[in-house]
Design a binder for this molecule. Structure first.
Ligand code: ASP
Length: 358
């Protein structure tokens, strides 16, 4: 194993990019209290070394530590760094597949980000990028990290030839497309995949495969990775009983560029927000509606007719819709320099309207 993929790394290998998370976590008293721990303590080298001997065909592994954080602290700059590293690896002929070890708290944001910025490239390069993490720290009894990492390495290797290149995730013995990740359980070992259409690792069922192909056929062009400092400022605001207009009006003097509204039910929001949101849109703040329920699609003009320019999120959860809106705003800003500019709504629709795998 090599800890540092320098330019001299010129033989075929799998690249493991370490971002931190519980998979790299340590608990002070793992026997008594495995859920009280610090994420991002163990280096990705050590995680890889632990499973190295179990990797089939003794495939060469190269690891690279990009960050070692609790993923609830993920920043735009981390995403830029990860996206650029993944792109570089996809274009490197010696890299046969990529695994990303990541905290599960925000793995759904990273999954959506990589699909939208690197999904097409992964497909055309026929390489798989597999996100994985763990729900138990590395020194807990029955830690799930090693088996998840092993599964991810198997998926990323080129030996599974009936699954196309793309962005996937693996947890608890199952794989899904990374765009379908949504952490909907605080502690379950399959928390980020709870409702994701998925398949057992190594056993790709035909309906799942046809769904993957439909998504990939619809995803024609990756969007640009924003440079550090270039990410649009987008906030998630949750509608609830007793919501106040001030929740919106307090933002109006700020430089915020977009809101994702986590609405109740079908994605509707409190009447107290109607006027201030009209004002926000008049000021040029982008608006996306989603549902706070955690499942189901948010549809345009349901439950009421949408204000002009407001977009429904489709199947995107609030965290995913937020990344999608940031990338759409950034793409539109760049496209505005083109002869026939596309709007953020055009770019957002490409993401939100991806076919559903069921
Ligand atoms: N808080 C941890 C993180 O996201 C949780 C995990 O990895 O499961 O980094």
């Amino acid at each position: 194993m090599s800890s540092n993929p320098s330019l001299s790394e010129n033989s075929p290998h799998l690249l493991v990019l370490g971002m931190g998370g519980t998979i790299a976590g340590l608990a002070p008293n793992p026997e008594e209290n495995p859920l009280q721990y610090q994420a991002g303590q163990v280096g990705v080298d050590a995680l890889v070394a632990h499973v190295q001997s179990m990797v089939p065909e003794r495939v060469k592994l190269v690891s690279r530590q990009l960050a070692n954080i609790n993923s609830r602290n993920l920043t735009d700059a981390h995403l830029t760094m990860l996206g650029l590293a993944v792109k570089e690896a996809l274009l490197d002929a010696t890299v046969k597949g990529i695994v990303v070890t990541h905290g599960t708290d925000t793995i759904e944001e990273t999954g959506l980000f990589l699909q939208v910025t690197c999904g097409k490239l992964a497909q055309t390069q026929s390489k798989r990028i597999i996100l994985t993490g763990a729900m138990l720290p590395s020194n807990a009894p029955g830690a799930d990290g090693p088996s998840n990492l092993l599964d991810a390495l198997c998926w990323a290797s080129t030996s599974i030839d009936n699954c196309p290149g793309g962005i996937y995730a693996v947890m608890d013995g199952r794989g899904c497309m990374a765009i379908d990740l949504a952490k909907r359980h605080a502690t379950a070992l399959n928390a980020p995949l709870q409702d994701a259409p998925s398949s057992s690792v190594g056993l790709i069922n035909p309906s799942w495969l046809s769904g993957i192909k439909a998504v990939q056929a619809a995803w024609n062009e990756d969007l640009p990775i924003p440079q550090e400092g270039e990410w649009p400022w987008v906030e998630i605001l949750t509608s609830h009983a007793g919501a106040r207009p001030e929740t919106i009006t307090r933002w109006l003097g700020s430089a915020v560029q977009g809101f994702v509204l986590a609405g109740s039910g079908q994605g509707g929001f409190h009447d107290a927000w109607v006027k201030p949101l009209d004002q926000a849109m008049t000021q040029g703040i982008a608006l996306v509606r989603t549902t706070r329920t955690g499942a189901g699609a948010t549809l345009q003009n349901i439950p009421e007719v949408d204000a002009l320019g407001c977009r429904a999120s489709g199947l995107l959860t609030a965290p995913r819709a937020r990344i999608a809106l940031q990338l759409a705003l950034n793409a539109a800003k760049r496209a505005n320099k083109a002869a026939k500019p596309l709007t953020w709504q055009d770019f957002f629709a490409r993401i939100a309207d991806l076919p559903e795998i069921r």
